[in-house]
Design a protein around this ligand. Sequence first.
Ligand code: AMO
Length: 428
Amino acid sequence: MKDYYIKNVTQDLDGKEVTLAGWVHNIRDLGGKKFLLLRDKTGIGQIVVDKSSPSFQEISDISQESVIMVKGVVKADNRAPNGVEVHAKEVKILSKAKSPLPLDVSGKVKADIDTRLKERVLDLRRQEMQSILKIQNITLKSFRETLYKEGFVEVFTPKIIASATEGGAQLFSVIYFGETAFLAQSPQLYKELLAGVVEKVFEIAPAWRAEDSDTPYHLAEFISMDVEMAFGNYEDAMKLLEKLIYNIVNSVKNEASDELKILSHNLPDVKIPIKRLTYKDAIEILQSKGYNIKFGDDIGTPESRVLYNELKEDLYFITDWPTLSRPFYTKSKDTDPNVSESFDLIYRWLEIASGSTRNHKREVLEDSLRKRGLKPENFEFFLRWFDYGMPPHTGFGMGFARLLVMLTGIHNVKEIVPFPRDKKRLVP
Ligand code: AMO
């Protein structure tokens, strides 16, 4: 067993014997001595193997990325990385890597995204990718902690479902005991039902969409961070989302400063309240900039870029979307049936979350389904629960990979997700 991680081997251990293990990051051969850079999950350290060591022969043809275990003595040396090196007494090769490698893990030789995704396990070993995984973990922890503090219960909803929730297209079908079923596009209807039981619920789980377009922000399989709460409206949902974003950004700032340095990324400054802009205002700004856009049209990435240039805010909400541009469960405003109590949270030009006040009356839901050409009978499993006492409720869904665009500065969700799924990729 190894007894130290590289980061913990410091000058205080001078003269002590340690056992380390990891991947051979680099090899320098000086004839009578070999310098190995050894990498583990905490960093990179220097191992010196002297010709006089019995292990010198063992590693004569050692290759980069081979996995080794080293027993040796720590020696303080200010010339070495971290101010220490380990003089090996024994080196064991646990797994030898083929040479040459199809991808340079040190990152010196750059590879295109297709090669990187094809050789993904090597690519993930790069420090940038490991930094993303760490930031990802801090984000999940902060999200959960804030919600637990607010009294939310973490739930799991079914992922094999009978009907579309977010509109008909984009569904993956599966054969379910001889019948056609679908992979969930979101946990929407089930999280609503559970909020009608324990009032405050959240779920972090995969969702699937058969996205046809190949963009840097769409995946066929993505992790959705979903929140749903009873006895509240979209204002309450936006307030909670602000708090979550504020805490996440601060956790990453405090706990991942090294990783942010590796990624050369500056986090946005989250000012609460986050700026709110109505859809109508957004359309007027776009029209004033010469865009041929009218009430009811979508505000896509190109239009959001214009808004970002105009607002100069890293984060903003676009609220009060046209009712018919949102799914059937979205409540419209009491003062105007054409406008809904809904919002998107935008990072610069990228939608990272979207939410609304929900319809909680059966007849309104039925009417809303019909207006969208959907049949209430297909949603009976959902609608019937509204006959037995359903509180008003609200919530939102946030794309985890898109949130990580904001937290890592990497503007391609396929680079962020370890094993992305899109139209072209089912392996690795
Ligand atoms: P929506 O469809 O806007 O809303 O999705 C919520 C959030 O999920 C992310 N997202 C995606 N991320 C990566 N790849 C995709 N293909 C993809 N599609 C969506 C986005 C988006 O903001 N049920 C509602 C949410 C709610 O009202 O609670 C919903 O699914 O970041």
